[in-house]
Design a binder for this molecule. Sequence first.
Ligand code: RP5
Length: 153
Amino acid sequence: MTEYKVAILMGSPNDRPKMEPAADTLDAFGILADVRVMSAHRTPVQVAEFVSGARDAGYSAIICGAGMAAHLAGAAAAHTTLPVIGVPLSGGALNGVDALYATVQMPRGIPVATVAVDGAVNAALLVVQMLAISDPNLVEALVEDRAARAAVS
Ligand code: RP5
């Protein structure tokens, strides 16, 4: 079985409860989730350094969750050609609409695949689906996951 490593970044320790489902979902597929707190605004140098080295460090994708003026995913995408999945988080006066717009409205050439507000599980599943392009074992696991979701709906 191929071993994969995915980075899950979030802008604040307060984002943890909303981003932990991404780590749990990756874990269910046997994918290592490396969860780290760093901010596009408070620790921009740390973001640039970590993301710039992420491909060479063996990461396959980067999931970024942030609320309010949520620039983390875009800032990460600026420093890597790895796929970056953005999770706009609810909270603040605008309760996630601000984070949604800030995350999804990227300029041409630097994409961020943005999921729903608080959509951490889908961010993880999207990464699994990307990895499954060249991994039949993950395809099988995704089919089983879909069947399990159908069974409880
Ligand atoms: C963003 O600002 C974080 O991602 C968080 O969602 C929001 C508020 O941060 P805290 O004030 O809770 O640290 O950078």
